[in-house]
Design a protein around this ligand. Structure first.
Ligand SMILES: [Zn+2]
Length: 131
């Protein structure tokens, strides 16, 4: 199945396959984690909980839902990275078209921006927050 991946503009086939293995692994562990979290939500509340217990349970529930939302977003990013791999566009900066280094991808396989564009985006966001 790895054979139908097109050649990537910047990465060697071995690099693409290592990164794909990383993404597959992350995706699988996220999916099994969120399944567990949902199961936990269903049986988390004891039948005779007093008010304090309910409050604690509610905040745990909020926390779990927030985590689930973050996981959902990450799952989306991983799926998108895998799609880009199939399009032969993986490892190319979405903003300037430059190479995203293999080292950066190994540390953050869902990265879609090169380090320069990422730094620039972060600086812009920081400035937005100040004003
Ligand atoms: Zn860039």
């Amino acid at each position: 199945m790895a054979d139908n991946l097109p050649d990537d503009e910047y990465l060697t086939r071995e690099e693409v396959l290592s990164l794909k293995a990383l993404l597959d692994e992350q995706l699988e562990s996220l999916l099994s984690q969120s399944k567990e979290a949902v199961n936990h939500l269903i049986d988390v509340r004891p039948p005779d909980a007093d008010v304090l217990d309910v409050a604690v349970t509610e905040s745990n529930r909020d926390f779990t839902l927030r985590m689930a939302e973050r996981e959902r977003q990450l799952v989306g990013k991983i799926r998108r990275a895998l799609e880009r791999m199939h399009d032969g566009e993986y490892g190319t900066c979405e903003s300037c078209g430059a190479e995203i280094s293999y080292g950066r991808l190994m540390a953050r396989p869902v990265a879609t921006l090169c380090i320069d564009c990422k730094t620039e985006t972060e600086q812009l966001e920081r400035r937005k927050r100040v004003f």
